[in-house]
Design a protein around this ligand. Structure first.
Ligand SMILES: *Cc1c(COP(=O)(O)O)cnc(C)c1O
Length: 478
């Protein structure tokens, strides 16, 4: 290849191999600690900072720089004890798919920007529609994550309930829209309401039962109240796997209410969607096929590398009506151009990595991993129930367990809460594991979210022993 006057690189292949070596080394060492690398923001700024690079540098030196200053300070999201938020360990087959995808650099906004990529996206969208029980009228689009998936679905809902909203706006509507979600709803619902001109204040938080599931009778009451006060009940968002506890709202009951009341029904299954592959827990999603739209995150419990979120709608025209657009500079359009189904124009292809990983492992095997995660969580729940020093704060429907360390010494509620945060900080400091908190009805909790294909029983056992030890030491040192 003649590289003069272009940005092509002479020894591209050599450096490609160096890049692969980095990835390979990183994944080979993924089980090593620390999970969260040391280093404050200021420290890293010092070692990573560089001046505006006017002159080019040697690529080999840059690769060394990455090995020295970037890789060791990368969070080990694939570590078996990375059990926080709901970011999962990506599957290596997903990584392979993504690597190839990056090289191909397809832009399936228009069919011609990525012909195979467009069809791959159709295939992947269809797979998910099938998994969730949607028929052939359905459709969808891959987006960056659950947040965008919820926003995309709610934009489709807004146009469906108030045709023309996308063109005329909703500044002059007589009856302000109201969205309903449980008090465990994800923050992306409020943010989407903000983005859509509905306003986060118009998101009603419906109280939950003892299992942190929306109470349908209170939803019905709220809808009646709002109607009689001149509001337009517009959309109900069910949580299928609430972020704190993994609770699943009574989807079938909520679907019936929405059907009767002519309200858009959206299910946020960003996390819990993975349960569709579980043998025993798929029933928890009963009724999800009745939803007008569903959000789920392939980059969560389907083990796909970030970013990969998905919106599917029961009737694909609703996405099209909300997003179709044209401009002379885009050229001739084809029958399927993904620009017409979502907000992004230039967009990465997210389908290849999903297509590749699903075919490489088969959904049966991924389902077995999900079932193992579920079993680890229920086993953990049982262990904690049988030991004195723990309080379980919520039931564990999916793979999240929320609990507190309770020392022998009696502590007041405030000290008990701060103790949990201290434990989390110590645990992170130890490098052995990373957890994030949940605060449930005023109680600060340790929260273990097992959505990880590498986590074993031994990992969980050792983690609980370590948490207990940290708790005891903290109390002893007070
Ligand atoms: C993670 C999550 C989201 C947000 O998804 P991102 O991929 O982080 O944007 C929304 N809702 C629920 C229930 C989630 O678990």
């Amino acid at each position: 290849m003649n590289t003069s006057g272009t940005l092509d690189i002479e020894d591209f292949e050599k450096y490609l191999i160096s890049a692969f070596d980095i990835i390979n080394g990183y994944i080979l060492n993924i089980n090593n600690c620390p999970v969260i690398p040391p280093g404050s923001y200021d420290d890293l700024r010092k070692s990573i900072y560089s001046d505006l690079p006017l002159q080019g540098e040697n690529i080999g030196t840059l690769i060394d720089d990455i090995v020295e200053n970037i890789v060791p300070y990368s969070t080990k999201i694939g570590h078996p004890c990375f059990l926080s938020w709901i970011i999962t360990s990506p599957s290596p087959a997903g990584t392979l798919g993504e690597l190839i995808n990056v090289g191909l650099n397809q832009v399936p906004a228009l069919y011609k920007g990525g012909k195979a990529a467009t069809v791959l996206e159709d295939v992947v969208v269809r797979w998910f529609c099938q998994l969730f029980g949607y028929d052939n009228e359905s459709g969808g689009i891959l987006v960056s994550g659950g947040t965008m998936a919820n926003l995309t679905a709610l934009a489709a809902a807004r146009e469906a309930i108030y045709p023309g909203a996308t063109t005329t706006g909703i500044q002059n509507i007589e009856k302000p829209f109201v969205i309903y979600v449980s008090d465990q709803g994800h923050i992306s619902v409020d943010r989407s309401a903000g983005m859509l001109g509905i306003g986060a204040d118009m998101v009603r938080k419906i109280p939950t039962d003892e299992k942190y599931r929306m109470k349908p009778e209170l939803l019905e009451e709220e809808i009646l109240n709002d109607r009689s006060s001149g509001f337009e009940p517009f959309c109900v968002v069910a949580q299928a796997g609430a972020v704190n506890t993994g609770s699943i709202d009574p989807i079938d009951k909520l679907a019936e209410i929405c059907e009767r009341e002519n309200i858009w029904f959206h299910v946020d299954a960003s996390y819990g969607g993975g349960a569709v592959l579980s043998k025993n827990r798929k029933v928890l999603l009963k009724g999800i096929e009745m939803a007008d739209s569903i959000a789920t995150d392939p980059h969560k419990w389907f083990f796909i590398p970030a970013e990969a979120g998905l919106t599917i709608v029961k009737d694909s025209k609703h996405l099209y009506n909300a997003f179709n657009c044209s401009a002379s500079y885009l050229g001739d359009e084809d029958s399927v151009d993904y620009k017409d189904y979502g907000f992004q124009l230039t967009r990465a292809s997210r389908a290849l990595k999903i297509w590749f990983a699903f075919r490489a492992y088969g959904l049966k095997r991924i389902g077995e991993i999900i079932d193992r995660n579920l079993e680890l969580a229920s086993g953990l729940y049982n262990r904690l129930e049988n030991e004195e020093c723990w309080e379980l704060v919520s039931p564990s429907e999916l793979s999240i367990v929320c609990f507190r360390y309770i020392p022998e010494t009696k502590l007041d509620e405030n000290s008990l809460n701060s103790l949990q945060f201290e434990i989390l900080a110590e645990l992170e400091q130890s490098g052995e594991a990373f957890l994030t908190p949940a605060v449930l009805r005023g109680k600060a909790c340790l929260r273990i979210c097992i959505a990880n294909h590498r986590t074993t029983q031994e990992d969980i056992d050792q983690l609980i022993d370590l948490i207990r030890l940290i708790g005891e030491t903290l109390i002893h040192d007070r």
